[in-house]
Each structure stands twice: as structure tokens, then as C-alpha cells.
Design a protein around this ligand. Structure first.
Ligand code: N01
Length: 539
């Protein structure tokens, strides 16, 4: 058996959350080991290398705010950076802040067990770490899923998953490519693959809403203008509901005249991207208001797609706009005007099986393919948190504890799992926000908590059961006041059969959530039970 390495804290994951945690908590004097399953840093930006992969939060906002020098010196090339550029940024941060010495690559964590002395964390290669604290920085979109299509093993062509794309270039030239899935990944990939492929067949089960990215290169003048007022931009982001800097229009969409509404939607369409939901404050609260936005977007799809029947098939219906994660695309609908792109409606004719030549659908059609790309998403929010066996006090596992859905206090801690913290996971704004901002909010809060524990000679901390129950009820009550529960979506746990149907992120917005974190601190870390150290007990 290998000797355990001792540190104050193990951070699981070297994505944006893990890197920020390492930098900040190491600066506060802790010894930290970051354990990363991949062969490099960057998390989702390391794994998701599919053609067209880019961020749908603007580059200036999807970047760390903790270092003014970093934000002034890093030069983003596009309004929405593509995956290679974001990965370079993560690697730059590692180098600039000398993080690599505490990052252990190819170390997939398989278990974390608590005992009276702290945590034992074990990896696939049987390396172990002993630590007082464990921070789960595993991301929300890190456990990919591929459909269980009968006969896939017999398929004679190439197969890829968007979230596990090869590091070497994949060539589609002249090939018949089938893309399965029309979430953000499928929508981003389709127009780019279509540029090169012989033919692209898009297998669509549920049409989704998408807002155009209106991506563009950033000029030197624009860059200088943003950097001159970057602090104000950060503050606006922190004080906005989704961390994107937009405030919703205070007026109801229902109170605006048709002309006013058209103008507001049009402005949001070309400038807000993912923030289109905030064009009016009630789009996610009121079905009638939402219908107006959904009609506007469907009319846009009708304008973009030349074939009216095809446009109909591409139009999302039956769920409110925004309640199933909308995409931000660069020419997805327009791609269907190309001769080499076709739609396979697998809601109408589901996939039956794969055969050596391609995919057969229920109408007995063989869709001949050289390449299948799965853009079928992830076991979102809980997949990556429950992949390792995490065992808390009294031998209870996190999987057992969460059998009816995630139970957390503030999304940050779990009763029965002392000194274990989750960054930007379920029960916090997470994927409903600019997740980078939410990550930094969590790390800063955690750093202050650890300072408080040090000053107060506190050995361990965990949420009280009562605080956790109240928080879980609050997260549900807030979601129930919106249209979110109406959609079949990963927000509700509908992404994996058998997963409990629970709305997982916190809809209260990053600003509202921050106030709750501040109240918790002002109340002496209300809701957290603290155990003194042995010396503090003896004193
Ligand atoms: O995954 P998804 P994604 N047979 O779950 C379909 C972020 N992201 O990888 O809707 C056939 O959204 C499924 O159909 P249905 C972003 O947060 C960000 O695209 O379940 N089809 C759906 O169409 C995003 O929301 C960026 O009926 C199957 C698709 O696959 C999240 O990642 C870029 C199927 C899955 O869509 C996930 O996006 C990319 C099956 N068995 C992603 N199973 C940025 O720009 C699933 N589908 C930052």
C-alpha cells in the first residue's frame, strides 16, 4: 500500500473552480493538493474539444476577477472565446500563479472517507491523501452520457462524444456525419462540421430555443474601453441576477405595447445572448409573458430557415422558453439552408438500432454514416459529485444521502459530511449564472470561513440538519414560483432515467444569493455547527 500524503486540503478537480480554490486557499496559508482526472487543467475546457466549442458567456465576464493585473493583461480575441483560447487562459493562470506544483494530473478520485482525524482521499491509481478539508470542484457538466443504442458496437465508422473529443484533429472532409443531440453542443457543432463534411444528419429529439451569439473579434479600441472600466463591469455582474451584468426590464412583458416589446426583444436578441431571459423580469415567471418571447424566437427561426416545413420541425414547443437550458449559437438554424445538412426527427421516428453502415430509425430508414458524434449531454449537477464514493460521518455515503435529490445548505455543505465543501454545485446559482462568477463567490466565502475557523480554533464545520432542510425547502419554493419545473430538462434531473425529479440550481440569482451568504456570515455563520479543536476544548 502506498503511503498517504498529508495536506490541509484536497481539492478535487483542476477546472476553473479548482484552480481558483488552489490559488486563494494556498495564499491563506493552507497546504493544498489538487487531484485531477484529466491529463491537463481546464476542466470542461480540457475535455470538450469538439468543433465549434465556445463559451456562451462573454469572454470579459467568463474570466477571473480576482487579479486586476491578469484581467488587464490578458487579451481576449473574440466576444465569445472558443475552447482553445479558454484552455490557453486556464494554462496561463496556472503558470502565472505557479499553481502546477500542487496539481496532480491523471489522479481520478474514487473515494473520500471521513473519520475522526479528517478525510482519506483515494485515487484510481491507489494513491491516497489525508486532509482536514475536501473541496469538490468537479463541475456540473463533467459526467458525459451516450445513448444506449442497440448495435453500436457493430457500427463500422468512427464514433466520438462531444465531451471526449480526441486531442488530435478529426477530419470530416467528404464524410457523412450524424450528430445526435441538439443542446448547446449539437447546435455549436453542426454549422462548423457542415463546413467540412460531405453531409451532416442532425438527429433531433427535442428542438430547443437558441439566441444568436453575434460573436465578433474584439478590436483594440473595444478592449481598451472594457479595461478602462473593468471594475465597474465586475460590480454590475455581481449585482445582476445571472452574473452577466444585465438587469431585467422592470416592466412586465404583458404591459408593453407590441411595438415596445418588439424593440426590446430585438435589442436583447442582438446583444444579450444567454441573458435574453432577462429582457423582461417576468419571462420565467409568467406563462403568458413567456409565450410572447417564445413566439418572437419562433418567428426568428421561421425567418432564418428557408424551407417552411423544416423551420416548423426546428421550432421548440410545449415548454416555456428558457426553462430547458437555451443555447447561444453561431449559425445553427442557417446551417439547415445548406444542401449538405438534413434533419432527422427522432421524436417522430426514434432511433431503432445502429448497423455497420449507419443508424436505422423507426420508419425503417437507414441513415448511412461514416461518423457518429454524440452531443447527448451529461449526468448534470450530481453525476460528477456522486462518481466517487464519498462517505461521511457514521458511514453514510453521499449517494445514500442524496437518494431523493441533492440535500445541501447554501449549496456549499452537507450535514453529516464535516469539512467537505462543494463549489458551484446544486443548491447554488451554478448553471443558472455566469458560473465563473459563482465559483469565485464560493471560493471567497470559503476562504473567509476557514479564516474564521482558524481564528476561533474550530476544528470542523458542517451544516445543521435544520438549516439544510430549510435551505432545500427554500430552493424548491423559489423554483416552484417560476416556470422552470414545467420543462423536461436537466435542471429538474430529467437527463438520466431514474434520477430524482428535483429542481437543482438556486433561482434566487447571484445577487440575492450573495446577500444570503452575507447574512449567514453576519449571523456568526448561522446554520453551521462548529466543533472546537482539542486545545480550544481544553482551554
Ligand atoms: O447537452 P444537453 P449539451 N437519444 O443535455 C439529446 C453547457 N454547454 O452537451 O432534449 C437522442 O443540453 C437531448 O435530447 P432531449 C450548457 O450549459 C455550454 O448540448 O433530452 N437524443 C438534447 O438534445 C449546456 O446546456 C456551452 O430530448 C438524446 C441533447 O442530446 C450543457 O453544457 C457549450 C439522447 C443533449 O443536450 C449541456 O449541453 C456546450 C438519446 N438517448 C455546452 N439523450 C457553452 O457555450 C440525449 N439526447 C459554454
Amino acid at each position: 500500500m502506498k503511503t498517504a500524503q498529508n495536506v490541509d486540503m484536497v481539492v478535487v478537480g483542476a477546472g476553473f473552480a479548482g484552480l481558483r480554490a488552489l490559488h486563494t486557499l494556498r495564499e491563506r496559508g493552507l497546504s493544498v493538493a489538487v487531484l485531477e482526472a484529466g491529463g491537463g487543467v481546464g476542466g470542461v475546457w480540457y475535455w470538450n474539444r469538439y468543433p465549434g466549442c465556445r463559451c456562451d458567456v462573454e469572454s470579459y465576464d467568463y474570466s477571473y476577477a480576482f487579479s486586476e493585473a491578469l484581467e488587464q493583461e490578458w487579451r481576449w480575441s473574440e466576444r465569445y472565446a472558443a475552447q482553445p483560447e479558454i484552455l490557453r487562459y486556464a494554462e496561463h493562470v496556472v503558470e502565472r500563479f505557479d499553481l502546477a506544483r500542487d496539481i496532480h494530473l491523471h489522479q481520478r478520485v474514487v473515494s473520500a472517507s471521513h473519520d475522526d482525524g479528517g478525510w482519506t482521499v483515494t485515487t484510481e491509481s491507489a494513491d491516497t491523501w489525508r486532509a482536514r478539508f475536501v473541496v469538490m470542484a468537479v463541475g456540473q457538466l463533467s459526467a458525459p452520457k451516450a445513448p444506449d443504442i442497440p448495435g453500436l458496437d457493430a457500427f463500422a465508422g468512427e464514433m466520438y462524444h462531444g465531451a471526449r473529443f480526441p486531442h488530435e484533429a478529426v477530419t470530416f472532409a467528404g464524410k457523412r456525419v450524424g450528430i445526435i443531440g441538439t443542446g448547446s453542443t449539437g447546435m455549436q457543432m453542426t454549422p462548423v462540421v457542415a463546413e467540412e463534411a460531405g453531409h451532416v444528419a442532425v438527429f433531433q429529439r427535442t428542438p430547443n430555443f437558441s439566441i444568436p451569439a453575434c460573436n465578433a473579434p474584439i478590436s483594440d479600441d473595444e478592449d481598451a474601453a472594457v479595461k478602462a472600466t473593468y471594475r465597474e463591469r465586475r460590480q454590475a455582474a455581481q449585482n445582476s441576477p445571472s452574473g452577466l451584468g444585465f438587469m431585467p426590464t422592470k416592466q412586465s412583458a404583458l404591459d408593453a405595447t407590441p411595438a415596445e416589446r418588439e424593440a426590446t426583444f430585438e435589442r436583447a436578441w442582438t446583444t444579450f445572448g444567454f441573458g435574453f431571459t432577462l429582457a423582461y423580469y417576468d419571462l420565467i415567471l409568467d406563462q403568458a409573458a413567456n409565450d410572447l418571447a417564445a413566439d418572437f424566437i419562433r418567428a426568428k427561426i421561421r425567418e432564418k430557415v428557408e424551407d417552411p416545413l423544416l423551420a416548423e420541425k426546428l421550432m421548440p414547443r410545449g415548454f416555456p422558453y428558457g426553462t430547458k437550458r437555451p443555447s447561444v449559437d453561431c449559425g445553427y438554424f442557417e446551417a439547415f439552408n445548406r444542401d449538405n445538412v438534413s434533419l432527422v426527427d427522432i421524436r417522430e421516428h426514434p432511433i431503432v438500432e445502429a448497423v455497420p453502415q449507419g443508424i436505422v430509425t423507426a420508419d425503417s430508414q437507414l441513415h448511412a454514416l461514416d461518423v457518429i458524434v454524440f452531443a447527448t449531454g451529461f449526468d448534470v449537477f450530481t453525476g460528477s459529485l456522486l462518481a466517487p464514493t464519498i462517505t461521511g460521518r457514521d458511514g453514510q455515503t453521499l449517494r445514500e444521502k442524496w437518494s431523493q435529490g441533492p440535500q445541501t445548505y447554501l449549496g456549499l455543505g452537507v450535514h453529516g459530511f464535516p469539512n467537505l465543501f462543494i463549489l458551484a454545485g446544486p443548491g447554488s446559482p451554478s448553471l443558472l449564472s455566469n458560473v465563473l462568477l459563482s465559483i469565485e463567490q464560493h471560493v471567497d466565502w470559503l476562504a473567509d470561513l476557514l479564516g474564521y475557523m482558524h481564528a476561533g480554533r474550530i476544528a470542523s464545520v458542517e451544516p445543521t440538519l435544520e438549516a439544510e432542510r430549510e435551505w432545500v425547502a427554500h430552493v424548491k419554493a423559489r423554483a416552484d414560483g417560476t416556470l422552470y419545473p414545467k420543462a423536461i430538462s436537466y435542471y429538474n434531473g430529467d437527463d438520466v432515467p431514474g434520477k430524482p425529479r428535483v429542481f437543482m440550481p438556486y433561482v434566487g440569482g447571484v445577487r440575492g444569493y450573495r446577500r444570503l451568504l452575507e447574512e449567514c456570515v453576519a449571523g456568526g455563520y448561522a446554520g453551521w455547527a462548529m466543533q472546537p479543536t482539542a486545545t480550544a476544548k481544553a482551554a
